[in-house]
Design a binder for this molecule. Structure first.
Ligand SMILES: O=P(O)(O)OC[C@H]1O[C@H](OP(=O)(O)OP(=O)(O)O)[C@H](O)[C@@H]1O
Ligand SMILES: Nc1ncnc2[nH]cnc12
Length: 231
């Protein structure tokens, strides 16, 4: 009888321990997933005045390139040397001590930041271009984005097996473009450590499933047009 009770007690203790382990794993996993989509303000740069200045430098053009799209225009950011430098510096501060040897920039607007970051951290710049632009042998990846379909290409031989890479673009919306970039780099054997964008469109980021858990670092949220109603 005593043996039976202690067996039952042992079984209960075992089941409870298993449950606790499962709960912890679940929380940990969710925690890690949340961590993977990071705005700079929640990740070490809370209250950093550079972020506000960057956000202020982004202008919204409604209905470009299609009706309903609130286009986030980053070109004013480059007209202000300090804001441009601050933007690049934030990425450089984050990636300079991570043994990254590849900074992959996505055409066209990723090209405006990625080469600057590559130079500053001592890495190579790898251009990921739209279909038919690269002259050499390429690998290609088709994808869908917020307002259409496209294809990214990378030169064969641009990265070597085992290199550590970051992917840079101006904006992430659906995550389609960035996920194509990740696939190209991984196909060539690189390890994509993180993807980074200046602007993250929170309600559009389907990046959670599209990026397959890959870390995504974003500086600011998109701006709204004052008094404008999207619908
Ligand atoms: O997260 P997603 O939904 O994939 O959208 C983000 C992509 O869309 C924009 O590029 P676009 O394709 O308009 O090309 P462009 O820079 O050549 O104008 C932007 O610069 C990103 O690359
Ligand atoms: N709303 C947006 N503004 C600028 N670039 C974009 N790429 C995809 N969506 C965009």
């Amino acid at each position: 009888m005593i043996l039976k009770i202690s067996r039952i007690t042992l079984a209960i203790v075992f089941i409870k321990a298993q449950q606790r382990l499962l709960e912890n794993t679940h929380t940990h996993r969710i925690g890690r997933r949340e961590e993977r989509k990071m705005f700079a303000a929640e990740n070490g740069l809370k209250g950093d005045p550079r972020l506000e200045a960057i956000s202020d430098a982004i202008r919204v053009i409604p209905h470009f390139p299609k009706p309903g799209i609130m286009f986030q225009d980053i070109t004013p950011l480059f007209l202000n040397h300090k804001v441009f430098k601050d933007t690049v510096d934030i990425f450089v501060e984050r990636y300079r001590d991570m043994a990254i040897s590849v900074v992959a920039g996505i055409e066209a607007r990723g090209f405006m930041f990625a080469p600057c970051i590559a130079l500053a951290i001592g890495a190579k710049f790898v251009p990921l271009r739209k279909r038919g632009k690269l002259p050499g042998k390429v690998i290609s990846e088709a994808y869908e984005l917020e307002y259409g379909k496209d294809c990214l290409e990378m030169h064969v031989g641009a990265v070597q097996q085992g290199e550590k890479a970051v992917v840079i673009d101006d904006l992430v919306a659906t995550g389609g473009t960035i996920s194509a970039a990740i696939k190209l780099l991984e196909c060539a054997g690189a390890e994509v450590v993180e993807c980074a964008c200046v602007i993250g469109v929170p309600e559009l980021i389907k990046a959670e499933n599209r990026l397959n858990g890959k870390a995504l670092y974003m500086l600011v949220e998109p701006n709204e047009v004052q008094g404008y109603c999207r619908s």
